[in-house]
Ligand binder design. Structure first.
Ligand SMILES: *[C@@H]1O[C@H](CO)[C@@H](O)[C@H](O)[C@H]1NC(C)=O
Length: 243
């Protein structure tokens, strides 16, 4: 059975482990560099990205994490995890934060708002639907979310969304700008939203297939969970604040 590491410094790591469990896969908590040797793929959860980076620094995790990405091991960052995997982050608090890097993109740390601006939105996810089945849309849960502004040629865009008109982007107002909220670049998967907070496990099963592709043991046919999730486009205030 595949064993997936989940960076467990802070944030929504328990929710990722629970989502993996629903697919019959064991997720193990990673807090120390040497623990990365025991896993062949890694999820970096949402949380507070500056706090997570500080903790990663104090546990001396950055060199091992960068090495893990460079070795071509599958790594998936959600929300704060996306920020940490990006080569370039803007909209930083003064002083910035350490990044793992590897994903050739520019991310805006808090494009969807720095206050309690959390929302759900139907996203078109053709690549996920063709790989994992189910509806063409996915209910993205965004919690003080980042967004990708630019990607390199080698980066595949898996979902985008209209940019918020909150003045954080200086834009020509005549044309609607879209920002990127899910990408894949080889062994790296990144989502600005939180699939681990929904019952739809298709992003997790997609990630597990990436792990298979890079030579990990085959998954024992994951059980497809019926997808019946309505996505109400309204702010939700019942969620913990992850970022
Ligand atoms: C990132 O993408 C740009 C644009 O496609 C490209 O010019 C650049 O070489 C890439 N950088 C890296 C580090 O791969």
């Amino acid at each position: 059975m595949a064993i997936v590491g989940v960076l467990a410094l802070q944030g929504s790591f328990n929710e990722h482990i629970a989502a993996l469990r629903r697919l019959g896969v064991k997720g193990v908590e990673i807090r120390k560099p040497e623990q990365l040797r025991n896993v062949t793929s890694l999820i970096i959860p949402g949380g507070e990205s500056t706090t997570m980076a500080k903790l990663a620094e104090s546990y001396n995790l950055f060199p091992a994490l960068r090495e893990f990405v460079k070795m071509g091991r599958p790594v998936w960052g959600t929300c704060a995890g996306l920020i940490l995997l990006s080569n370039n982050a803007v909209g930083q608090k003064s002083g910035g934060q350490g990044l793992i890097g590897g994903l050739n993109c520019t991310v805006h740390r808090n494009l969807f708002g720095s206050q309690l601006q959390s929302f759900e939105a139907e996203l078109l996810v053709p690549e996920i639907a063709s790989s994992e089945g189910g509806p063409e849309t996915f209910c993205g849960v965004f919690i003080r979310a980042p967004a990708i502004l630019e990607v390199g040629k080698e980066v595949q865009v898996l979902a985008d969304y209209p940019a918020p008109s909150n003045g954080l982007l200086e834009e020509n107002v005549e044309e609607e700008r879209r920002v990127i909220v899910a990408v894949r670049q080889g062994n790296i998967l990144a989502t600005a939203f939180h699939p681990e907070l929904t019952a739809d496990t298709r992003w997790h099963s997609y990630f597990l297939k990436m792990a298979d592709d890079t030579g990990e043991e085959a998954l024992s046919s994951p059980v497809a969970i019926p997808v019946d999730i309505s996505c109400v486009q309204q702010p939700r205030n019942d969620l913990p604040i992850y970022r």
